[in-house]
Ligand binder design. Structure first.
Ligand SMILES: [Zn+2]
Length: 359
């Protein structure tokens, strides 16, 4: 391929510029004029830097291939295994989603190779689709529905109110029974209350439901320890989990302190004296890691505690305090639906890791 650089002119330059504009790079007032000038040079260098290429401002085969790949969006074309392998951001997007759902594609490299094909086929099988390894419209529809639910624009569904049926039944978690406990319950127990009045018990319900919805989407059975707005005794919550033989017990709380500067993420498992729950501790550590990586709040670490819901439950049990509702900055974050969905997804990813689910 011909090399394009500062001073080049013509249709090839225009093609490069059109792609750069499409990707949101600034070419100045002249736009895609077919002249490789100062603005195009710095846009190409920025693009190369963003994509881990040598930022030399020269468009050769590698940079051109990357430019072409970068403009593909999921659904623009059929994705399947062929030689040479298909490459592009649509493949990268597909790989990210497969990994998130528990179907490992290995590295997210934007190359549709055999491991990506295998992961897609497993996904299709789980979604009761023909496992042909082709990302066409029927598989894509399911992806789009899942994306909606995994993303923040998803409205929380209370199972005892208007239940939104998942668009597909994917059975990754089909043998899993999870007890989700919303901390506190109002009235009379709101838990901690934020500086502008946000209540721990209400936010815990939102977080627990978001998390529960993700699990149900993948075929798990979710049992909620209490109804919306109700308050039940801690031992009752643990007893219920034991009765239904839940595999995992997760209790959503938020931290509170009289010091409004207190901030950060902490996670708890059962410990008393020299006794502690080994599985509880490993579940707490994977969830904690995911929360830290996603929320980027200070690390207040994992702790062994003799809390009733942790002590009296017979399965791995974890209590989470992702942030402090009493800290003005963290309370503000909690008001943001996207942030709450991020918490739910982090906990979901942690559970997935704990279970050793692929990906
Ligand atoms: Zn609490």
């Amino acid at each position: 391929m011909k090399l394009f650089r500062k001073g080049s002119k013509g249709k090839g330059v225009k093609d490069i510029q059109t792609k750069l504009v499409l990707l949101g790079y600034n070419l100045g007032l002249a736009g895609a004029d077919g002249i490789f000038g100062y603005c195009t040079d710095s846009a190409v260098k920025q693009f190369q830097q963003d994509r881990g290429l040598v930022a030399d401002g020269i468009v050769g085969e590698d940079t051109w291939r990357e430019l072409v790949g970068a403009t593909y969006r999921l659904g623009d074309r059929l994705l399947y295994l062929k030689t040479p392998y298909l490459r592009g951001d649509d493949v990268k997007q597909l790989q990210k989603w497969l990994n998130r759902l528990g179907f490992s594609t290995g590295v997210v490299d934007g190359i549709y190779g055999p491991t990506t094909e295998k992961a897609l086929m497993e996904f299709q099988e789980n979604a009761s689709l023909l496992p042909d390894g082709i990302l066409g419209s029927s598989t894509l529809d399911i992806f789009h529905n899942l994306r909606k639910i995994l993303h923040a624009d998803f409205k929380v569904a209370f199972p005892w109110e208007e239940k939104v049926e998942p668009a597909s039944s994917i059975s990754v978690f089909k043998d899993l029974k999870v007890m989700v406990d919303f901390g506190h319950g109002y009235p009379p127990d709101y838990g901690a209350v934020g500086p502008t009045g946000l209540k721990e018990s209400e936010i815990c319900e939102d977080l627990g439901l978001r998390f529960g919805n993700l699990l149900e989407l993948l075929g798990a059975e979710v049992i909620y320890a209490r109804q919306r707005g109700c308050c039940i005794d801690l031992s009752e919550r643990a007893n219920l989990a034991n009765e239904v033989k839940a595999n995992i017990f997760l209790s959503f709380h938020l931290n509170g302190s009289s010091n409004s500067k207190a901030e950060g993420t902490s996670t708890y498992y059962f410990a008393a004296g020299d006794q502690f729950s080994k599985d509880g501790k490993s579940l707490a550590s994977v969830i904690h890691e995911e929360l830290l990586a996603s929320l980027k709040r200070p690390d207040d670490r994992i702790h062994g505690k003799n809390f009733a819901v942790l002590r009296e439950t017979k399965m791995p049990a974890v209590l989470m305090e992702p942030v402090f509702i009493t800290n003005p900055e963290e309370e503000k974050l909690l008001r943001d639906e996207k942030f709450r969905q991020t918490i739910a997804i982090a906990v979901f990813d942690g559970v997935k890791k704990f279970l050793g689910i692929r990906g």
